[in-house]
Design a protein around this ligand. Sequence first.
Ligand code: GLC
Length: 541
Amino acid sequence: MGGFHSEAAAGVSVTTDDPNWWDGAVGYEVYVRSFADSDGDGVGDLEGIRRRLPHLAWLGVDIVWLTPFYPSPMADFGYDVSDYEAVHPLFGDMADFDRLVSDAHDLGLRVVIDIVPNHTSNRHPWFVDARSSPGAARRDWYIWRDPGPDGGPPNNWWSVFGGPAWTLDPGTGQYYLHLFLPEQPDLNWANPEVREAFVGILRFWLERGVDGFRIDVAHALAKDPGLRDLPQHCRADESMHRTEAWMCFDHIHDIDQPEVHEIYREWADLAAGYEAVLVGEVYLLRPSQVVPYVKPRGHLDLAFAFAPMHMAYDPSAYRRLFGRFTELADRGIAWVQCSHDEPRSVTRFGGGDLGRRRALALSVLMMGLPGVPWLYQGEELALEDGKVPVDRIVDPVGRIHPEDSRDGCRTPMPWEEGPGMGFTTGEPWLPMDDRDGGDTVAVQKRDPGSWLNRYRRLISVRHEIDRFARPDSIEWIESPTQVVAYRRGPVLVMANMADEPVAVTSPPGKWQVRYSTGRGLPGGSIPPTLGGAEALIAVRD
Ligand code: GLC
C-alpha cells in the first residue's frame, strides 16, 4: 500500500496517489451501537467514534468499517434501512458524520461504510409505496408473486433467519420475498430503476468523502428470474437451528447468481473514479465460490473469507483453506475470525487463556498472508463474548433461538474501569457488567505484555513485512501435523496449533524472529520448540 501507513503514523492526511491504497492495509470493524456513546443514552454514536479514533490510529489499523448508521426501525439493528442518505438521530447527524470522516482522514485512517442493497426496511418509502397496490410505481422494485396452488408461499425458499422466505401481504393478496426478516423485503435487482437508485446512493456518500463500501450480503442481490424451487434434502421447520434448516437446501437459485457480477461491474466503474474500495460480504464458504467476486475475475477489490469463523481449530483444515485461497486469489481476500454476527473467536476456541492464545496464533497466520487482515472491535483486547441473560436478548435471531444470539459478540467496548466503562455515562443498551478492569483498553495499554500491546505489535510487524514479502506465492513448509508453517518470499510464519509444546525445525538459511506470541524473542533465532498455541513471524537475515 505504498507509503500510506508511514504517512498515517506521521499524522499526515490520506493521499490519493495510489489507487490500490487498500492493498496491504489492516481493516477494523466498528459496530456503531457498541463502540462509544457520547451523549449518555447508552447507545454508541458517530461523535463517540470520532473521539475514540486516536485509539485506532495508535493501534495501527488503516481502514475503519462503520456498520449501518442510517435511519432504521431497528428490526435488525440497522440492517433494515429506511433512508440510505441520512443519519439515524440515535447516532447523530450529517455534521457528526462529516467531522468523523474528516478527523479519520487527518489521522491517516480510511472510512468504509456499510451499504445494504439486498433489502430495505419494510418502512422504507419505496416499500410503503410498493405494497400500496399492485399497480404502484415502485411495485416492481421488490419481488412479488401470487400464492402457490395451496395458497401457501410461491416456492420453497427459506430465510437465512429461519422460516419461509415469503410473507403474504393481505392488502394486495401477493407474497413478497425476504431472505432475512419479514421486515427486510428483498429488492428486485432485475429492475434497472433499483440499480440506478443505488448508483445515486453510492455517489452521494462518495461525494461526502467516504473511502469505500462494505457490501452487505453481496452474494445474494440477483435471484433466479424464474424463482425456481431449490433442491431440498430434508424438511426445514422453524424449530430447527437456522443453519441446519438452511442446509436442507441446495442454494442454486436464491444466491450466488451470475447476474450479480453485472451489478458490481457498474459499481466498480463508479468507485474507480473516487479511488474507493469495494469490500463484499460474500458469505459463501468455499474459496472457489468467493474468489470469482474479486478482481481480476470479478469486480470487487476485496471479499471477506468467513470460513475461518465456521471451522474447528484444526491445523490441516487451516492449511488447506489458506492454501486454496492464496492459490486462487491475488490480494483480494479480507481475513476475519470475528464479526458482529458470530461468537468471538476467543469464546469459540474455548475461552480463557487458551482461547486467547489460540485466537492470537490464528491472527499471526492471517497477518502473514497477502490480502487484508481485518479485526472486529475488541478483538485487540482478546475479549470473550459478553454475557447477556436470556431476558436481555434483543437480537431478532436470538429472540427465537437464544443459543444462537448475536448479542454476546455485540456488547459494548470496555474502555476504562468504572461505571459504563468509558463506553457510556448512561445505561448501556446491552449489559457489560461481566467485563473487568483487565478487559479494558486503559488497563491493557499500560501493560507491555497485554493482549492489546501484542496485537498492536503484530499489526506493526504486518505492515513492515507486507512491504517486502512479494511476490505473494506461499510455500507451505513440511512440519509436524500440529504446526502450520509457510514462507512468503523472505518471510516465515509458524504456528503451533496444539495445546502442547512441539519441536520445530527452522528451514535452511538464517532467520530472525520479528514477532512472537511466546518465548521466541524478537531479534533472536527460531526456537527449537514452539509452546502450545505459540506463533511467530521471522524474516530471512
Ligand atoms: C449481514 C449482516 C447481519 C445482518 C444481515 C442482514 O449478514 O452482517 O448483521 O443481519 O446481513 O442484513
